[in-house]
Design a protein around this ligand. Structure first.
Ligand SMILES: Nc1ncnc2c1ncn2[C@@H]1O[C@H](COP(=O)(O)OP(=O)(O)OP(=O)(O)O)[C@@H](O)[C@H]1O
Ligand SMILES: [Mg+2]
Length: 283
């Protein structure tokens, strides 16, 4: 089923603090969208508004054309959500954790074995949640989000705190859900994750979207950040802008036998974010 997300001028304040300040998004069905921003930027707040857990102060949010303030139980069944506060029962096994959710949704026990297989936890079905590694816990959270075979996944920092191998396992699961036509809305602090997974991303800073587009498009817009990185034989490193003005200096370094290696550094989401906000994205 097609599942689009659209927001128009969403604002949200907590007390005197404006957290979201006019957010416009348009996410196509079957897309992986990444919301990036430093800690406190308002990412989780936006997910809560989109999933009907919180109301915006003004503006509109729609999932497949439906106002998120009017979502019903049937709509919620179409959402798979992972967030910090959607806790697991530590003392229950993976299977029993999922069984509690299966009961809530009136799903057969076969749905539990299916999702455990999907996230590679069949062998850990009887393991208590408290005994799982961080990566396995992340996958169990995904399993729970998949229970209703939702059309849309809201994944709030699905790989936060994971080692690269565990993160990669989760990336593969997310990509296979995309291949099944699911729409994915994820938040992350990790630029490489966004570059690897996302069809489009928005950079959120101080309540506003400061860039929006595909990772490639955004990086292309910042092509002026391309630099020549030169390592000299005397051990020093230097950088020159990647443009005609550097030609003479570069020719002199080469002619003088001073340049040992020359590399081009491309703009990436991390450097773009730094330029836009003066802050590093990674917490
Ligand atoms: N219920 C609340 N009451 C008051 N302030 C809140 C509430 N929820 C969030 N905030 C504040 O809103 C701001 C944005 O919070 P939010 O959790 O959306 O950020 P985030 O981008 O998800 O950050 P992180 O990357 O750390 O998860 C923060 O300053 C936070 O303290
Ligand atoms: Mg958050």
């Amino acid at each position: 089923m097609s599942c689009t997300i659209k927001t128009e001028r969403i604002t949200k304040a907590f007390g005197a603090k404006t957290v979201l300040d006019g957010i416009d998004l348009d996410i196509g069905s079957g897309e992986i969208f990444g919301l990036l921003g430093p800690s406190g930027a308002g990412k989780t707040t936006l997910i809560k508004i989109l999933t009907g857990q919180l109301s915006q102060d003004s503006g509109e949010a729609y999932i497949s054309g439906k106002d998120t303030r009017k979502l019903t139980g049937a709509d919620h069944k179409r959402f798979g959500i992972t967030m910090d506060n959607f806790g697991l029962y530590e003392r229950l096994s993976c299977y029993d954790n999922l069984k509690t959710f299966a009961r809530i949704y009136g799903l057969p026990n076969s749905s539990i074995t299916d999702v455990l297989a999907k996230v590679g936890l069949t062998g850990a079905a009887k393991t208590p949640a408290s005994k799982l590694s961080k990566g396995m816990t992340g996958r169990l959270k995904l399993a729970r989000a998949f229970m209703t075979d939702p059309d849309i996944l809201f994944l709030d920092e699905p790989t936060s705190g994971l080692d690269p191998v565990s993160a990669d396992e989760i990336h593969k699961i997310i990509l296979s859900e995309k291949a099944r036509g699911k729409t994915v809305f994820l938040t992350t602090h990790t630029m490489t994750e966004a570059e690897k997974l996302c069809d489009s991303i928005a950079l959120l800073n101080e309540g506003k979207i400061v860039e929006y587009g595909s990772p490639e498009e955004i990086c292309r817009r910042y092509d002026h950040q391309r630099m020549l990185k030169i390592h000299l034989y005397d051990g020093r490193d230097m950088q020159l802008p990647h443009n005609r003005d550097s030609a003479t200096a570069l020719a002199e370094l080469i002619a003088g036998g001073k340049a040992e290696t020359i590399h081009t550094t491309e703009p990436n989401l991390e450097t773009v974010f730094m330029e836009l906000t003066g802050k590093e994205l990674s917490a």
